[in-house]
Design a binder for this molecule. Structure first.
Ligand SMILES: O=C(O)C(=O)C[C@]1(C(=O)O)C=C[C@@H](O)C=C1
Length: 121
């Protein structure tokens, strides 16, 4: 998959001096590395949240924990501020990820419930 990736794919070729394009490609190399790291980090986070989802389903705990989320969002906003990142963006991003996690938790709880129902038949 990544073997087919062209790091120089661009609609800008021909609109800028070769030296400018060279600098752009060099910067984009770092952007690509960061994007790849984000994918790996998110994959790892989802592996852990799947474990949380299974634990919650097994013990019939609700998929979401609003008290935890409030604390997480406040923490990320403060971290973002320190890091010179827009706190609103950090909050939106975490909310987006958490919404997906809750969807996964609900699916796991549904599977657990279906499994129990079959077991009870
Ligand atoms: O920690 C939990 O209880 C989770 O389910 C994980 C998580 C998260 O993605 O960080 C997701 C949903 C909850 O509302 C709170 C946090």
């Amino acid at each position: 998959m990544s073997a087919q990736y062209d790091p120089h794919a661009s609609s800008l070729a021909g609109s800028a001096e070769p030296a400018v394009l060279q600098e752009l490609y060099a910067i984009r190399g770092s952007i690509d590395n960061i994007d790849a790291s984000l994918v790996y980090l998110l994959a790892e986070r989802f592996k852990f949240t799947q474990r949380v989802g299974r634990l919650k389903a097994e013990h019939e705990l609700p998929p979401s924990d609003p008290g935890r989320e409030t604390a997480q969002i406040a923490r990320l906003r403060a971290l973002a501020e320190d890091a010179d990142l827009e706190p609103e963006f950090a909050a939106k991003f975490l909310n987006f990820v958490i919404a997906e996690v809750i969807r996964h938790h609900q699916a796991i709880a549904g599977e657990e419930h279906d499994g129990q129902a079959r077991h009870d038949d």
